[in-house]
Design a protein around this ligand. Structure first.
Ligand SMILES: [Zn+2]
Length: 238
């Protein structure tokens, strides 16, 4: 249960937490074992962050100039995975190659591959014990001048705070000043229990964003900004 005073204090602290988070020591929670047992005695994998690499396989996501969103999402997700784990924040990645998660879904009887894909992503949040879900995507619009990052959150305070932290670090990285938004219509945000955000890392339809999102060095900077936002959130809510 989230405490309102804690959110108020956290938002008040936001301008300073960007500086302090870098120096903040790892909390005990961040040092937790990578596996835990549930009531049935099964050993379940556990982590702090579940990184959802959007789309995959037959589902390429948004596309522009023969660049596919699924490839950008995967490349940055892998970098984020390595960064978080190296920074003492155990993370797991739900897609490590170019395949559709709907192919793994043998339990949801639905004619819609898209539906099975999304329900599989949600199911993983229940099977893998994690505290946060960070879903990586790239935006697209007809207006090719539109650029910049946008973080979407659930109605809860925790999700909004996580979104504020990631939006803030992405704004610094991309020299923008956008605010996060509540992403009401999005299935993952509606159906996942833990704090979850969708990170639209930039616009594939914008030439300079596309160049940034497909360059491995720039991808690392995007991943580092997201990791920094997650660390800020962890520091504020510890
Ligand atoms: Zn997407």
């Amino acid at each position: 249960m989230f405490k309102i005073w804690r959110l108020a204090a956290a938002l008040f602290l936001l301008p300073v937490c960007a500086i302090e988070a870098a120096a903040a020591p790892d909390t005990a929670a961040e040092q937790q074992p990578r596996h835990s047992s549930n009531d049935s005695g099964w050993t379940m994998p556990s982590a702090i962050v579940l990184i959802d690499a959007g789309h995959g396989g037959i589902d390429g996501g948004a596309t522009a100039d023969s660049v596919l969103e699924k490839d950008i999402n995967l490349a940055i997700a892998q970098k984020l995975y390595l960064l978080l784990n190296s920074q003492g924040i155990p993370a797991v990645l739900n897609r490590t190659g170019d395949y559709a998660l709907s192919d793994d879904n043998r339990w949801h009887i639905s004619g819609s591959r898209h539906r099975r894909d999304l329900s599989q992503r949600r199911q993983l949040t229940e099977e893998i014990e994690t505290q946060l879900l960070v879903s990586l995507h790239v935006n697209w619009t007809k207006n090719r001048t539109k650029s910049g990052p946008l973080v979407l959150h659930q109605g809860s305070g925790e999700s909004a705070l996580l979104a504020f932290c990631i939006q803030d670090t992405l704004n610094r990285q991309q020299q923008t000043s956008f605010l996060p938004r509540e992403g009401k219509p999005f299935y993952l945000l509606r159906r996942v229990d833990q704090p979850a955000v969708i990170v639209e890392m930039g616009f594939i339809s914008n030439e300079s964003d596309r160049a940034m999102l497909t360059d491995p060095r720039q991808q690392l900077r995007v991943a580092a900004a997201i990791a920094s936002g997650i660390r800020q959130y962890k520091w504020v809510t510890r």
